[in-house]
Write a protein that binds this ligand. Structure first.
Ligand code: GDP
Length: 295
């Protein structure tokens, strides 16, 4: 029952890239995500009070970049298993003192399977034991030959802890985005992916949406997995409220009737009746499947 969206190429406009950070445990994914977020907050965009909603967006030299704020590839693979493809580019974080580890290999294999381009962030270059060249050598065995060595993979030397190399990393992301030309049609009903969802004591079901195409508006009727509702509020990680959210925007949405699942696709509809019917059909289908499997 998924509705395929086919846009006229002339309606497509540039949209921000959506980035996932992957890599071995303790190689610095969380520190890097925090450092990028803080670099923006320091720019004075807001008071600095942030909430975790599973994704955030930064402005860099006049362009926006969206980061999925759940490090590790568990979320990535689960969403992919559910048919969602939310990531445009994977940042593979490798600690320069540790080198390639089992989860580094898993992460790069997931990115390759999903045909998502990889940028390698060689992290912890501030450490005396850092050996970036070793990382480049090891990853060359996995088809990630550095550009500097005549290959195709961009490598950026960073220290997430000391906040070094972040500007260059953001530059490289935008450069790659220019080449890949990510586009969407903002002038249609929104479609996208749920990346997090939970039940809030006071606000009811809350879910973080990443809009892939179209523009989501307060008051829109949305179906998300088996649930539906009317968008009541949309906020970002800085608690700023929005009336509209365009392609690649991450927003926390309230107004759904029940809690959807991470990886669910959401779609906006012009009328509530259709939305209710689709949600009910899906629920019935899921119940039927459950019945079959538990027999
Ligand atoms: P994750 O498991 O990949 O999310 O890794 P974390 O971000 O939690 O980092 C693991 C540890 O490495 C923490 O103690 C960090 O402070 C440290 N760390 C992260 N980035 C750097 C860095 O650039 N340099 C140094 N020296 N330590 C770092």
């Amino acid at each position: 029952d998924e509705i395929e969206i086919v846009d006229d190429p002339k309606d497509l406009v540039k949209r921000p890239p959506i980035i996932t950070i992957m890599g071995h445990v303790d190689h610095g994914k969380t520190t890097l995500l925090d450092a990028i977020r803080k670099a923006r907050v320091v720019e004075g965009e807001a008071g600095g009070i942030t909430q975790h909603i599973g994704a955030y967006q930064v402005n860099w030299n006049g362009d926006k970049i969206t980061f999925i704020d759940t490090p590790g590839h568990a979320a990535f693979t689960e969403m992919r298993a559910r048919g969602a493809k939310v990531t445009d580019i994977c940042i593979l974080v490798v600690a320069a003192d540790d080198g390639v580890m089992p989860q580094t290999v898993e992460a790069l294999e997931h990115a390759k399977a999903a045909k998502v381009p990889i940028i390698v962030a060689v992290n912890k270059v501030d450490k005396p034991t850092a050996n970036p060249e070793n990382v480049m050598n090891e990853l060359s065995n996995y088809d990630l030959l550095p550009e500097a060595w005549g290959g195709k993979t961009p490598y950026v030397m960073v220290s997430a802890l000391k906040r070094q190399g972040l500007d260059e990393l953001l530059d490289v992301i935008l450069l790659l985005s220019e080449i890949e030309e990510y586009k969407a049609n903002p002038n249609r009903l929104a479609k996208g992916t749920i990346i997090e969802a939970s039940l809030d004591k006071s606000r009811g079901p809350v879910a973080t949406f990443i809009v892939e195409t179209g523009t989501l508006k307060v008051g829109d009727i949305v179906v998300a997995g088996n649930t539906y509702g009317k968008v009541r509020t949309m906020t970002d990680d800085l608690k700023r409220r929005y009336e509209e959210a365009g392609p690649a925007s991450p927003v926390e949405v309230t107004g759904l009737n029940t809690v959807p699942q991470a990886g669910d696709i959401f779609m906006a509809f012009s009328d509530e009746k259709t939305a209710r019917q689709i949600a009910a059909t899906r629920e019935a289908r899921d119940r039927e499947n459950e019945r079959k499997f538990t027999k």
